[in-house]
Each structure stands twice: as C-alpha cells, then as structure tokens.
Design a protein around this ligand. Structure first.
Ligand code: ZN
Length: 81
C-alpha cells in the first residue's frame, strides 16, 4: 500500500508518531470485522486506526467493498505465528 492510499486519519497518526507507524498499522490490521455483503476487512483497510486497545468494541465503520457504513463489532485476530 502506497502512502497515497492512506486515509487522512492514517496520514495524521503516522505523521505524528513516525516511530510507531509500522506498529500502529500492524495492530490496526489485526482488528477485523465483516460486512453483510460478505467482505471481510480490517480497521486499517477501512481507513481507520486502532492502537493500544482491547476488548471487542463496536464502532461505525465503512465497508471498503460496498461502502455501507454500519456499527460493527471488531475482533482482534493476531497474525499466525
Ligand atoms: Zn460490504
């Protein structure tokens, strides 16, 4: 993903915390949800950022596939290994 693909939120956060940007992106990618259209995506895919968070929150998030905004519960799925 090139810098041009980042959302405003993601550019702000990575600009403010350049040393943490890789960790922030990695953690944001671990928080995943799925849409009614069947598309599965991460907070990062949706242009959001989630860092140093726990639990199973419900947030309003836009599906990158069908563009529907809805409140969806996020599940953290650490990468295998
Ligand atoms: Zn969708």
């Amino acid at each position: 993903m090139s810098k041009a693909d980042l959302s405003l939120t993601q550019r702000l956060v990575t600009a403010l915390l350049p040393a943490r940007s890789a960790a922030i992106e990695a953690e944001s990618r671990e928080w995943r949800t799925s849409c009614e259209c069947g598309h599965e995506f991460s907070v990062w895919d949706a242009g959001g950022v989630r860092f140093k968070a726990a639990g199973s929150p419900t947030v309003a998030i836009r599906c990158p596939s069908c563009r529907t905004v809805a409140r969806r519960s996020l599940t953290r799925t650490p990468p295998a290994g």
